[in-house]
Design a protein around this ligand. Structure first.
Ligand code: SIN
Length: 298
């Protein structure tokens, strides 16, 4: 790891500064980089408090220049909660080279023509991980092992700000509404997703959820996986969702992350969305992902 200074530069945090740890915001919308933490080593309580506090405040946390084994990543993730099992049936998974069954490889690398991981290719629209199950993932930990020279960036979106900035009449329309979320594994766009509810996992959640830690309201709909609004006819539901998606996906709510090998990103699926930009199929991309269990949104 690179050397770091010994102050905490962010005054918005409430946890006491841990020696050698610095938190630096990444964009006006969301995201902060934490310097001075080597995630292969035990993390004392004071340092963990700064990380947890920064995560609550900035929603997406970046650690650079990490050299992490699968065990290191899992150990760090488990400080935040129990690992979430993977809903995708094992028979549908190609990857064999993982030690922990909860680890997913996000990769376009193919062996014998078959992807070694999941979510292999190209652009992916905004979504929240596992919003199509009863208790969607609380946080996701994604670690970069191989990265293309151009593209394959991950964009993050602040769903507190997206909600707060909605006009009052739209808030009134959605505050007590639910919408159904569905995911056909492997789809990367709304057009490729499939609302055949007999075949694909789906769950109906509030369109606006209250974050259990901050008590703040966040929008909980996304272009890739939110299919329709409960209690509305198809045209009304489509018009409302389109309006929400266009509002949500404004640059002012977004942090664009350009990956470097050794980056570990942690994001909060309860108040952010993420999307991936396109990249060449001639270049390799390999990241290691695990998620921690969440609660039923309310
Ligand atoms: C994901 O949605 O978990 C994958 C994001 C990415 O590949 O950048």
């Amino acid at each position: 790891m690179s050397s770091v200074s010994s102050s905490t530069s962010v005054s918005r945090l409430s946890a006491a500064p841990a020696r050698g740890v610095e938190v630096r915001p990444l964009s006006p919308a969301l995201g902060a980089e934490i310097h001075g933490v080597d995630l292969t080593r035990p993390i004392d309580d004071a340092t963990f408090a700064v990380i947890a506090d920064a995560w609550r405040e900035y929603l997406v946390i970046l650690f650079r220049d990490q050299v992490l084994s699968e065990d290191d990543q899992v150990r760090f993730a488990q400080r935040f909660g129990a690992l979430q099992g993977r809903p995708r049936p094992a028979s549908m998974r190609a990857e064999t080279a993982v030690k922990h069954p909860e680890i997913m490889l996000v990769s376009n690398i193919r062996e014998n023509g078959k992807p070694i991981g999941s979510l292999p290719d190209g652009e992916m629209q905004f979504h929240s991980d596992m919003c199509y199950i009863e208790k969607p993932a609380k946080g996701t930990f994604l670690y970069a092992i191989e990265i293309p020279s151009i593209g394959g960036d991950t964009h993050f979106l602040n769903m507190y700000d997206a909600y707060d900035s909605l006009p009052a009449d739209v808030k009134a329309k959605i505050n007590d509404r639910k919408a159904v979320n569905v995911f056909q594994y492997g789809s990367t766009s709304r057009e490729g997703n499939n609302p055949n509810f007999d075949e694909h996992p789906h769950y109906t959640h509030p369109m606006v959820r209250t974050h259990p830690d901050s008590g703040r309201k966040a929008l909980f709909v996304n272009r890739l996986m939110t299919w329709s609004v409960e209690g509305m006819d198809e045209a009304e539901s489509a018009a409302l969702l389109d309006r929400l998606f266009d509002h949500i996906e404004q640059p002012k709510f977004i942090y664009e992350h350009k990956w470097r090998v050794g980056d570990l990103l942690l994001w909060d699926n309860r108040c952010t969305l993420h999307a991936r930009t396109d990249f060449s199929d001639k270049e390799r991309r390999l990241l290691r992902r695990c998620v921690i269990q969440g609660d039923k949104p309310y």
